[in-house]
Design a protein around this ligand. Structure first.
Ligand code: C2E
Ligand code: CA
Ligand code: CA
Ligand code: CA
Length: 279
């Protein structure tokens, strides 16, 4: 038992050493990835429920690591957050999304609005409205062609500061969606103070819509709340026709999810865009 204990200890320290080495490797290579063109965006269509038309896409970041292959955000965003690299990464995403809108406009002669995820650090750094403006101007875009997705926790940290930042985005015409709505807490009392356009119902509540113990309580409440506040509501993570049918019944405006399409590369999205023109 004594021996086992000592071995277990050695095992733990060795394990921790390996893990922190892995983290440091990841940090250094993430830094390089942001500068060196290893990041790319995939796009998931957003669809209007009433007529099934494509109304925009959400941009999601991916990392093509030269040795390890494709790395998903769940693995590198936490490290980006802890090291502050998230701001540079977010700047890259913002600029790349705006460039992509311009490229599609030039190539396909249509305008597809893009929603980008904005992290707490990026939202709070004070320069977001200016950066957004520059990215729009540099690509000849109008504000409503860009939407930013922020989470409740990003906003409730500093309510007056958040309201000011949202106001500045609003003045530029940029749309704002509240992401993962319903998973946070305590924001209900602030919601009406935020100048936002859209609520995004979290995937976890969409999963609850069908199957064993199906429960539509939260989506119903979020849709009712959103509509009472004059907001549009979008559901994320819609995977089945049955889930979509419930959302239609509840008068949810739009959805995204594997049912319509997984997130795809810009090239893969093009046939979808030209087959079914965007409004
Ligand atoms: P999110 O913003 O809630 O994005 C939705 C996630 O659900 C995406 O995962 C998407 O691929 C996945 N998804 C979409 N439809 C379905 C579906 O029908 N079923 C299931 N099971 N999953 C679906 P992804 O791309 O791995 O991104 C994970 C999270 O990473 C995002 O969650 C977002 O919080 C963050 N993220 C992604 N890209 C960016 C970015 O550019 N900047 C920032 N700050 N965060 C990002
Ligand atoms: Ca999102
Ligand atoms: Ca979300
Ligand atoms: Ca989510």
């Amino acid at each position: 038992a004594k021996d086992g204990g000592r071995n277990a200890y050695r095992f733990v320290t060795k394990e921790m050493g390996a893990r922190s080495r892995e983290r440091m490797d990841l940090e250094a290579s993430l830094r390089r990835a942001i500068r060196g063109g290893e990041l790319f965006l995939v796009f998931q269509p957003q669809v209007r429920i009433s007529d099934g038309r494509l109304i925009g896409v959400e941009a999601l970041v991916r990392w093509r690591h030269p040795h390890d292959g494709l790395i998903l955000p769940d693995r590198f965003l936490p490290i980006a957050e802890e090291t502050g690299l998230i701001v540079a990464l977010g700047d890259w995403v913002l600029y790349e999304a705006c460039s992509q809108i311009r490229r599609w406009r030039t190539k396909l002669n249509l305008t597809i609005p893009i929603a980008v995820n904005v992290s707490g650090a990026q939202f709070r750094d004070g320069q977001l409205p200016a950066k957004v403006s520059r990215a729009l101007d540099a690509n000849g875009l109008r504000g409503p062609e860009l939407e930013v997705e922020v989470t409740e926790s990003t906003l409730i940290d500093d309510v007056p500061g958040a309201v000011a930042t949202l106001q500045a985005l609003k003045e530029r015409g940029v749309q704002v969606a509240l992401d993962d709505f319903g998973t946070g807490y305590s924001s209900l009392s602030y919601l009406h103070r935020f100048p936002i356009d859209k609520l995004k119902i979290d995937r976890s509540f969409i999963q609850d819509l069908t199957g064993q113990g199906a429960d539509s309580t939260v989506p119903r409440a979020v849709i009712g709340l959103g509509h009472n506040l004059g907001l549009s509501v979008i559901a994320e993570g819609v995977e089945t026709e049955a889930q979509l049918a419930v959302l239609r019944e509840l008068r949810c405006e739009s959805y995204q999810g594997f049912l319509y399409s997984r997130p795809v590369t810009a090239d893969e999205l093009e046939p979808l865009l030209t087959r079914q023109p965007v409004d």
